[in-house]
Design a protein around this ligand. Structure first.
Ligand code: ZN
Length: 288
């Protein structure tokens, strides 16, 4: 497997410009670029400069992060201003991806207030409609959409089974999954990742890796993600299942931890690299 860096990890203390240099220096194979950090970068740089950086570096761009869809999108209840804003963000990300040689875009399901009993049939129908339409647009740019289940109570799609139902119904070659160890874990402290084996392996377009602090479920938040080996996620099982189903692509470290952002971007990026490398080495994921 290859090691990726998701820009969420140092977003509170770094910039895209710094992330590029520090990730290249640390040894990362891929970087996942955040749209907000890309927009900031483009205030003083161009996409041609970014392309040039990747052309002359070991580091390559992986998925663009992220498009946040909402349940009424492309329905007859849709708000045209909201739709236009989302589509403008999507086209911007697709054009940027195309310009720098990336072909993946992360899509996050509708999030809201704490959703105790989501109407799963309605959520699934909405997501199928939305991913189908976005998939068609993405195809014109040569872009694949990676649908990311989010395990928090605020999310409408929290389990692998539900994400699989949606992606299977969409039935488009360029619409697949990104799995994220914390997002699977936080939906009820799941530490059995065998359900990942139920999806079509070629549809796993990206994988996020991280650990999670040992805290009560009621307090779960993305800020409790931590570097591999510092929390309670069974990463041995996570990586074992991925290996068993033949996944051999990128594994990208993604945390959103404010206490890391209080340190230097050098520290965050080097530590992110070594802790991810260590867990991949430990569980035999760096060969083949
Ligand atoms: Zn993720």
């Amino acid at each position: 497997m290859k090691i990726g860096f998701n820009e969420g990890t140092a977003m509170g203390c770094s910039t895209l410009e710094q992330d590029l240099l520090l990730c290249e220096k640390a040894g990362f194979d891929y970087i996942e670029i955040r749209l907000d950090m890309l927009r900031e970068y483009l205030k003083t740089h161009t996409l041609a400069e970014l392309r040039h950086f990747f052309d002359s570096s070991h580091l390559k761009p992986h998925a663009i992060n992220a498009l946040y869809i909402y349940s009424d999108l492309f329905s007859n209840r849709d708000d045209s201003a909201r739709r236009e804003a989302l589509l403008s963000e999507f086209h911007f990300g697709c054009q940027a991806a195309q310009a720098i040689g990336s072909r993946n875009f992360i899509v996050v399901p509708p999030l809201g207030e704490s959703i105790i009993n989501p109407d799963t049939a309605q959520v699934n129908a909405d997501c199928v409609r939305i991913l189908g339409a976005l998939g068609e647009i993405g195809e014109s740019y040569g872009i694949r959409l990676s649908f990311e289940l989010v395990g928090l109570d605020q999310s409408s799609v929290r389990s692998i089974a539900q994400a699989n139902e949606i992606v299977t119904q969409v039935n488009r070659e360029n619409v697949g999954f990104v799995f994220d160890s914390a997002n699977i874990y936080i939906n009820g402290k799941v530490n059995d990742f065998s359900e990942m084996a139920s999806v079509e392996p070629s549809k796993i377009f990206a994988v996020h890796i991280n650990d999670f602090s040992d805290i009560p479920q009621a307090e779960f938040d993305k800020k409790h993600r931590c570097f591999c080996g510092e929390g309670v996620i069974d990463l041995e099982n996570y990586l074992y299942v991925l290996k068993r189903i033949g996944y051999n692509d990128m594994v990208s470290v993604e945390t959103f931890r404010p206490e890391y952002w209080a340190k230097s971007p050098q520290w965050v990026i080097q530590t992110a690299y070594f802790t991810t490398l260590a867990v991949l080495q430990k569980y035999g994921c760096l060969t083949g």
